[in-house]
Write a protein that binds this ligand. Structure first.
Ligand code: 3PG
Length: 395
């Protein structure tokens, strides 16, 4: 069920789970993307006359109040994005919440304090969930990026109140369905980033579901080393050689092409504008490290992107934070963006670094969908059922 099913809600207290776990520096929000994503749901409910009560977590306070993890510091940024006043209650349950809710008029917006200030949130205890549920008549979950947590505010509440997906949750699920659920083929996945160890389940799942898997970033070195090639001083998890081989065997039996770099841009230091050269992957100097994939590899990646109808992307191809080792990531991102704009590709990307990389390439808005989810996006790519989504589907 979505907000389309919520018509007659004037005066109703709607508990809306949002993700306000945004980057903050010196008490100021430095990236309001997540707030912008949930704004349509909040506005729509407010315009329909509901009393909009926002529930969210911030940081990992371990079940007790921590001053610098108070959501009060996020209020000005939420007000700015919504262009509307947002009241704040110093607790998400008890009299502080009840009194603030009693003062609300139809269409008002109230943010309750960090749900993780109570142990019952992460433990998803029936008592705490019931306390939260007292504050609302209806429950809307618009926090896909927290849906991998089976917490009281992300999962438990759906058992206590009529539950609905917010607009961002709805858009996210529709995009993910197009990405891996029921995608137009061929489907190509690009997976990069530093380590294989954090993405074993994800790679194992992808080889069964996509037609080609491009492996880039530091993790590619582990696959290259597993084939007996010397990767010099490159980042490499030598102890995962057997895992890498197993992933390649699984890919072969599933008919998934594994695309590894043919060449690499190597340097002797990990710093911006370090002296660098492009070498064949079989000729990495012993004292050098690969910091980006080379031109031939980018051409191969772009050829796969050209063949694809669907692209799923997680993780950069190189050390994109330091120039010029962002070259491959930017080139592939731009190519994918152009194909998407031309209506030839559905492109879905997610995971923290991926969003920064696409922003860096200036193409995040040109992708079909860029998820702001980190862990939840990875678990989705692993093929796991997310508790916060499952409970909405059941409802
Ligand atoms: C995130 O930032 O990815 C989500 O808000 C979930 O946060 P968590 O990893 O602390 O549960």
């Amino acid at each position: 069920k979505t907000l389309d099913d919520l018509t007659d809600i004037a005066g109703k207290r709607v508990l809306v789970r949002v993700d306000l776990n945004v980057p903050v520096s010196n008490g100021k929000v430095t990236d309001a993307t997540r707030i912008e994503r949930v704004a349509p749901t909040i506005k729509e409910l407010s315009e329909k006359g509901a009393k909009v009560i926002l529930l969210a977590h911030f940081g990992r306070p371990k079940g007790e109040p921590v001053a610098d993890m108070s959501l009060s510091q996020i209020v000005p940024a939420v007000e700015e994005v919504l262009d509307q006043a947002v009241a704040f209650a110093e607790d998400c349950i008890g009299s502080a919440a009840a009194d603030a809710i009693a003062r609300m008029n139809n269409g008002d917006i109230l943010l309750l304090e960090n749900t993780r200030f109570h142990k019952g949130e992460e433990k998803n205890t029936p008592d705490f969930t019931a306390e939260l549920a007292k504050n609302g008549d209806l429950y809307v979950n618009d926090a896909f990026s927290a849906a991998h947590r089976a917490h009281a505010s992300t999962e438990g509440l759906a058992h206590h109140l009529p539950a609905y997906a917010g607009r961002t949750m709805q858009a996210e699920l529709e995009a993910l369905e197009k990405g891996l659920g029921n995608p137009a083929r061929p489907v190509v996945a690009i997976v990069g980033g530093a380590k294989v160890s954090t993405k074993i389940d994800l790679l194992m799942n992808l080889v069964k579901r996509v037609d080609a898997l491009v492996i880039g970033g530091g993790m590619a070195n582990t696959f290259i080393a597993a084939q007996g090639i010397d990767v010099g001083k490159s980042l490499c998890e030598h102890d995962l050689a057997a895992t890498a081989k197993q992933i390649m065997i699984e890919a072969e039996s599933a008919g998934c092409a594994i695309v590894l770099p043919e060449d690499g841009v190597v340097a002797r230091e990990f710093k911006a504008n370090a002296a660098h050269e492009t070498v064949a992957i079989s000729a990495i100097p012993a004292d050098a490290m690969v910091l980006d994939v080379g031109e031939k590899s980018v051409a191969a990646v772009n050829e796969w992107i050209s063949k694809a109808s669907t692209l799923v992307w997680n993780g950069p191809l190189g050390a994109f934070e330091i120039a010029p080792f962002d070259t491959a990531t930017v080139a592939a991102a731009k190519h994918a963006a152009e194909r998407t704009k031309a209506g030839k590709l559905t492109s879905v990307a997610g995971g923290g670094d991926t969003v920064s990389a696409l922003n860096h390439a200036g193409v995040a808005d040109d992708f079909s969908y860029v998820s702001t989810a980190g862990g939840a996006f990875l678990e989705w790519m692993e093929g796991k059922e997310l508790p916060g989504v499952a409970v909405l589907t059941q409802a």
